[in-house]
Design a protein around this ligand. Structure first.
Ligand code: SF4
Ligand code: SF4
Length: 446
């Protein structure tokens, strides 16, 4: 851990300090062997599902497009393996929802010839800003920090907005997860080229990479590589959850406040995650679509906590077997981290573009503690990084009073779980807030 010579920057409102448990931080990325079959959902992103363009029985190559984006806020989907297309049907994904998915039975590993699979670093950026955005869209790149927002949309700054800063999110504040950390350690030069690509696309002159100080090795690598770069800096941040939230990162690094209901572009900022920035490098310089990603497999009882390079659509069970199997004391398996992740019920659910980790929680930590009445201690208010009153949002959502909750800015909740984490009465605050938000969405759609 880095020696703290001065107080690091951080966000000002709320926040908590869960144990970081980064068990796999020192474990290098290893490619997972090819699965026998992949199941690739046609929606792995925010926006419209992609339109399927293959049929059962078709032979496809790795990197071939199998579903095209429908409209601007959508994303292309590519074959992550070569082989024969099998059934196309609804399957349960890692968020617990059913979506159409394309199965491919693996045969060999035959890639599209246009993809550069060499390790050669390509620094010269030949494409124009417009061509860059189009290449990123073609490659199906989405935010890989969890939100899976199509990256080409983020790069298309709305008219009338002026962006002066690009922020690169290397925070990875979720306990246990180390995928971004490993990508920073193992692909820093590629990430720097990815940053220059994004800067060219956006026309910005200034970038800051934000990394929490518990990743001192990554901070040092970037400081060394960027010592002669005037326009790209790296900043060590306080270890405080949820430092990786876009609004929190902007507050910490630039002291700017994104307004309620607003976007980072409203305050002149675009934020991209480090994993996404690496995918941008591969898309633009190597013509490689987003067809694989790094996934952390971890947990206190896991035999070999690992960081695997995984083809999209690989069943979760394959990752668990490679990490030493499912320990007997496992009580819950979560896609993502312990704070924002979602429990998965079926081990055949496929890895998606937004799957950053698989966490195995032991039985004694997985069972819900008894809940008690609210004691009005105010701890949830103190912890909320969005300045909300979580206990009130719980009451409104429970009563089905979602309009009132909307007036109290329930839609600003970033679902970080800090309120539930600190509540001495173990009240399921976030569960009810999610319910309230779902009620609002339903009302909007009728
Ligand atoms: S989950 Fe929502 S309400 Fe709770 S602390 Fe996070 S932002 Fe605030
Ligand atoms: S932290 Fe829990 S007990 Fe305290 S005010 Fe919030 S809901 Fe009530």
């Amino acid at each position: 851990m880095a020696m703290r010579l001065h107080k690091h920057k951080t966000f000002k409102t709320g926040g908590i300090h869960p144990h970081d448990n980064k068990l796999s931080a020192q474990v290098a990325i290893t490619p997972l062997p090819l699965p026998k079959m992949v199941t690739i959902p046609i929606i792995q992103h925010i926006g419209a599902p992609a339109k399927i363009v293959v049929n059962r029985g078709d032979m496809v190559k790795t990197g071939q497009i199998i579903a095209t984006h429908e409209g601007f806020v959508s994303s292309n989907i590519h074959a992550s393996v070569s082989g024969r297309v099998g059934v196309i049907e609804e399957v349960m994904d890692s968020t617990g929802f059913k979506h159409m998915a394309i199965t491919i039975r693996v045969k060999g590993d035959d890639w599209e010839e246009t993809i550069d699979r060499s390790d050669t670093l390509i620094e010269e950026i030949k494409l124009t800003p417009k061509e860059i955005v189009s290449r990123i869209m073609e490659a199906g790149v989405v935010g890989m920090g969890g939100a899976a927002f199509p990256s080409h949309v983020k790069l298309s700054v709305p008219e009338g907005k002026h962006v002066d800063h690009l922020l690169i999110n290397g925070v990875e504040c979720e306990p246990y997860l180390t995928a971004d950390h490993r990508v920073m350690l193992e692909k820093p030069k590629e990430i720097i080229v990815g940053i220059k690509i994004l800067m060219k696309a956006l026309g910005v002159q200034k970038t800051i990479i934000g990394i929490e100080y518990n990743k001192a090795d990554a901070i040092e690598i970037f400081q060394q590589l960027l010592k002669n770069e005037k326009h790209i800096g790296v900043e060590a941040l306080e270890v405080q959850y949820p430092q990786g939230g876009e609004k929190q990162l902007i507050q910490a690094l630039l002291n700017r406040e994104v307004p309620s209901g607003g976007l980072p572009a409203d305050v002149g900022v675009i934020v991209h995650n480090v994993g996404t920035t690496f995918a941008v490098y591969e898309a633009v310089q190597k013509n490689k679509p987003l067809l694989e990603r790094v996934v952390t497999v971890t947990g206190k009882s896991v035999k070999q906590p690992s960081n695997f390079l995984v083809r999209i659509g690989t069943p979760v069970i394959d990752l668990l077997i490679a990490a030493g199997g499912v320990p007997e004391d496992t009580g819950k398996i979560v896609s993502g981290g312990p704070m924002m992740g979602k429990a998965i019920a079926d081990l055949d659910v496929p890895v998606a573009k937004g799957t950053s980790g698989i966490l195995l929680i032991p039985k004694d930590e997985a069972s819900r503690s008894e809940t008690y009445n609210c004691v009005h201690c105010g701890k949830c208010i103190e912890a909320c990084p969005m300045g909300l009153e979580p206990y009130r949002l719980l009451i409104m959502s429970k009563k089905g009073n979602s309009q009132r909750a909307k007036e109290e800015h329930i839609l600003d909740c970033i679902e970080c779980g800090s309120c539930s984490f600190v509540c001495p009465s173990n009240r399921p605050i976030l569960d009810y807030i999610r319910l309230g938000k779902t009620q609002l969405k339903k009302q909007k759609s009728v």
